[in-house]
Write a protein that binds this ligand. Structure first.
Ligand code: 6LW
Length: 499
């Protein structure tokens, strides 16, 4: 069985391309910066982060996108000696085409696609070099916001982004909601159109059709979806949004899924992650192997010293400039915004630097010097759903924000630097736990101090920080922030395990 998750933590909407003996994978990133994370592999199973497409201001217009907007569903391809990546800057710049010669290097500024309004733009070329952009006709602007036109296609000049014709409608699945994530493949002279349908929630699935040309006409597989986990007890749910790649070890599909916890109503703390499985071909149709989670993956422990330049895992929110961030004497120094709201993490663009939660069991800890301000550690889904532990002088506050609701716990702490921590513990059936306890995915603990001096300030139900409650497309991100003044952080520890 292949390693699964393939890329853990919120890395949804994966797209994969093979170039020679190398494979590259790209995922959505929404309002976070840097945007559109990229990974490299030599076996299409073990992936290493190599950079991002969006590394500069202006490539995405994420500064003002609403929650859930931003970089949606890239497609990465290789043609004419360079990499091409389409992505929707949802409620931002719209559909974009980026190019690069080295995927780990700088990407272009992005060309806006004109005449292909929608999301999930696939890009491919036929043998004559004609470029086809096939996309999901979900309108996210104007008076028709929310209208879904099904799977659409245009021929396009990919260097200008200009459609060369009016959109045509293609096969749009079996009639389930939200036909999206289209990908076109020419395999042994037959063109395949693979899509997701059923919605990215529990009804998600992958369906496919085939035809004689990139424009169709397409005939659906005898049984669609060809892959879904819907209504099963599989530990990975929401399986869908696939992309195919041929390896020397046969065909593979990368796809998104979630790892929810709870009872019949389940909750996914990490959001949608990337998984991978094998694909065989029978009578010209794909047969997708039902993948399993890899058991007993080793725990991970890392400490980030801010004496070194930041790694690829660090994210800010709707902010490509990061003028408020500095490294000094091995510490990360965050300066708060002048206009921070009373609860800093309620802000649209908090001065926050965080990293995805990659494991179901996790613990983040950091030493905070708030002698010149107020700041702390926060695990967030979005500005309406976050749990914080914050220090200001000798006062420490643990806070839960759930939309209009706020709960706080306080403690007095001695002046001087203090270690803050947030841990997540999956809830599993065991003695003393009855139905209400088992109905959630995990418990989130917020505290301060270390070792024998550790103090747990609050234990909070984690279901409210999941994609199933927040309706955010992302996942948990835990990091450091400044609420007022300037706050210094030293040594960010992340420990994670899935067992
Ligand atoms: C993505 C689309 C989807 O573009 O959600 O629900 C969007 N499915 O395929 C963001 O992940």
């Amino acid at each position: 069985m292949l390693l699964n998750p393939a890329v853990s933590g919120f890395h949804p909407d994966p797209s994969v391309v093979r170039v020679g003996d190398d494979y590259y994978l790209a995922c959505s990133s929404f309002e976070y910066f840097p945007g559109v994370p990229l990974f490299h592999s030599t076996d299409a199973e073990h992936w290493t982060p190599i950079g991002h497409v969006v590394t500069r201001p202006g490539q995405l217009a994420i500064e003002d996108v609403p929650t859930g907007g931003g970089a949606w569903a890239p497609t990465i391809r290789f043609h004419d000696g360079q990499f091409w990546l389409t992505v929707a800057d949802a409620m931002g710049r719209g559909g974009l085409i980026f190019t690069a010669t080295d995927p780990a290097g700088e990407w272009s500024d992005g060309v806006v696609m004109v005449g292909a309004d929608g999301i999930d733009h696939d890009i491919t070329w036929d043998a004559d070099g004609t470029c086809y952009v096939t996309y999901s006709g979900l309108l996210l602007t104007g008076p028709e916001f929310g209208t879904h036109l099904g799977i659409q296609q245009v021929r396009m000049d990919p260097t200008t982004g200009q459609a060369l014709e009016a959109p045509r409608s293609l096969w749009s699945g079996t009639g389930l909601k939200f036909p999206e994530a289209p990908h076109l493949y020419e395999i042994d002279g037959t063109w395949y159109l693979m899509i997701a349908e059923g919605g990215t929630e529990r009804g998600h699935g992958v369906s496919i059709a085939r035809g004689p040309s990139p424009e169709g006409p397409f005939e659906g597989a005898p049984v669609n979806p060809v892959y879904s986990h819907r209504s099963t007890s599989h530990p990975v749910q929401n399986a869908g949004h696939g992309d195919l790649v041929h390896t020397d070890d046969g065909w593979r599909m990368v796809l998104l899924g979630t790892r929810p916890g709870g009872m019949s109503q389940m909750f996914a703390p990490l959001g949608r992650e990337t998984f991978t499985t094998r694909v065989a071909w029978v009578d010209g149709w794909p047969v997708v192997e039902r993948f399993t989670l890899t058991p007993d993956l080793p725990p991970v422990e890392t400490t980030t010293s801010f004496a070194e330049p930041l790694g690829l895992e660090w994210l800010s929110i709707r902010d490509a400039e990061r003028g408020w961030l500095a490294r000094s004497d091995g510490r990360l120094v965050i300066t708060a915004p002048d206009d921070a709201p009373p609860v800093a993490m309620d802000a649209h663009r908090p001065h926050f630097l965080g990293r995805r939660q990659l494991h179901l069991g996790s613990r983040c800890a950091v030493r905070v010097d708030a002698s010149s301000g107020t700041g702390g550690l926060s695990v967030r889904y979005d500005e309406r759903h976050h749990y914080d532990v914050e220090v200001s002088g000798g006062r420490l506050v643990a806070r839960v924000r759930l939309d209009q609701l706020e709960q706080t716990w306080e403690a007095a702490v001695p002046d001087g630097p203090v270690e803050l921590w947030i841990s997540t513990t999956p809830v599993v059936p065991g003695p003393g736990l009855d139905m209400p306890d088992l109905a959630t995915c995990d418990l989130v603990r917020l505290g301060y101090g270390s070792g024998a001096d550790a103090v747990e300030l609050a234990v909070v139900d984690g279901r409210y920080l999941t994609s199933d409650v927040t309706s955010s497309f992302t996942g948990r991100v835990t990091g450091m922030y400044a609420a007022s003044g300037t706050v210094a952080f030293e040594g960010f520890e992340y420990a994670g395990h899935d067992a």
